[in-house]
Design a protein around this ligand. Structure first.
Ligand SMILES: *Cc1c(COP(=O)(O)O)cnc(C)c1O
Length: 396
């Protein structure tokens, strides 16, 4: 079979290799503790599941969904933005429900990029920004983010020759994988930059509700004029532990939202309606689950960061997101360290280089790991640290 070149243009997916290694060890009966994937371990709150089940039984919800999303869902999303961020959205023109935000993040490139056009993407960053860009025939220009710039890209450092071809700027705060946050001052600067150079900002904000120590993340759309130059992606996945149900949204600039709806109406047929009603339930029902989950994550965060710092793996307490971004010990690349941890003590962490060249020297640990496994994982990491002659984990 001869496959299209764009398949080959996809970067090798590091996580596939990690999954293969985990499967290999599990097949040998070894027990593996994973800090790998950012996928909430706590179940979807029961009132949301109740609604989902109830709606699934209704015949009208068993047919093709409305591709643009139920009007009631779009209205609910607009109301939520008003209440949470004081951002006003037109539910008919400025809201597009998505089959999980990853889907929209990949498809938006088809709306904004012609072959040869450039997307500005932070390095490290969530891989889908680059992948969507590649699939649309665009080119990624990477903006390094590091502790030196508080993990915010330097928008003044981009060469004029790149800016001429640039159509998109990807931002993501609270940030995956670094846990960094951005304030309105930075977003203000980004909006002015986008206006000046006629660039569309795509802000990805799935972690706006996952925050600690009383910190409240902002929306990019809170900046005056943001809607003129961009859109924001959001998701119910991380806020309400709904990764398995696949529902998110893009909101903001009407022209861009309309183009995304047009592309999508030709590719998919919308979100199963019972899931749309579950999302309405999530956004309008009791919100105490958010604080409860954040308390759990915060406790895990403190435990992980303290343990890592004691081991000499420098890590800061993130104010938001589900991730700890930690330095690897001297003498290891991020992949070498990740492999060694898995080989010696059966612990999985994600190598920073999987999020871009600038992620080298770091690992990412996710907070979505049940308490018992977390304690076991940390004690195994301490074991790794204490000894170079570590025994393999016992077979179960
Ligand atoms: C989890 C995540 C998403 C995607 O979430 P969906 O489940 O597809 O809604 C998007 N962006 C970032 C940065 C994420 O970490």
């Amino acid at each position: 079979m001869r496959l299209a070149k764009r398949v080959e243009s996809l970067p090798p997916y590091l996580f596939v290799e990690i999954s293969r290694k985990i499967a290999e060890r599990k097949a040998k009966g070894e027990d593996v503790v994973s800090f790998g994937i950012g996928d909430p371990d706590i179940p979807t709150p029961p009132h949301i599941i109740e609604r989902l089940c109830k709606e699934a039984r209704i015949p009208a919800n068993q047919r093709y969904p409305e591709s643009e999303g139920l009007p009631e869902l779009r209205k609910t999303i607009a109301n939520w933005y008003q209440k949470r961020f004081n951002v006003t959205l037109d539910p008919d023109k400025e809201v597009a429900p998505l089959i999980g935000s990853k889907e929209g993040i990949a498809h938006i490139a088809l709306c904004l990029l012609n072959p040869g056009d450039v997307a500005l993407i932070t390095d490290p960053g969530y891989p889908v920004y680059t992948i969507g860009t590649n699939l649309a025939g665009g080119t990624s220009h990477y903006l390094p983010i590091s502790p030196k710039n508080n993990y915010l890209p330097d928008l003044d450092s981009i060469p004029e020759s790149v800016l001429e071809k640039t159509r998109v700027l990807w931002l993501n705060y609270p940030n995956n994988p670094t846990g960094a946050v951005a304030d309105l001052q930075f977003f203000n600067k980004a909006v002015a930059f986008a206006k000046k150079h006629n660039i569309c900002i795509c802000h990805d904000g799935p972690y706006s509700e996952v925050a600690f120590d009383g910190y409240t993340p902002v929306s990019f759309l809170q900046v005056e004029g943001a809607k003129d130059v961009g859109i924001e992606f959001h998701s119910l996945s991380k806020t309400y532990n709904m990764t398995g149900w696949r529902i998110g949204m893009a909101v903001g600039n009407a022209e861009v939202i309309n183009s995304l709806k047009t592309i999508k109406s030709n590719i998919d047929s919308g979100i199963p309606q019972a899931i749309q009603y579950a999302a309405i339930e999530a956004l309008t029902g009791p919100q105490n689950c958010i604080k409860e989950h954040n308390d759990v994550y915060q406790r895990r965060r403190d435990l992980i960061v303290d343990t890592l710092n004691k081991m000499g793996l420098e890590a800061k307490m993130p104010k938001a997101s589900l991730y700890i971004w930690a330095k690897v010990p001297n003498g290891f690349t991020s992949v070498e360290f990740t492999n060694d941890l898995l080989d010696k003590v059966g612990v999985v962490v994600t190598p920073g280089v999987g999020y871009g060249q600038n992620g080298e020297g770091y690992i990412r640990l996710s907070l979505t790991i049940a308490d018992a496994s977390l304690l076991k994982g940390l004690s195994r990491m301490a074991q790794w640290h204490d000894s170079k002659n570590i025994l393999r984990p016992k077979k179960v």
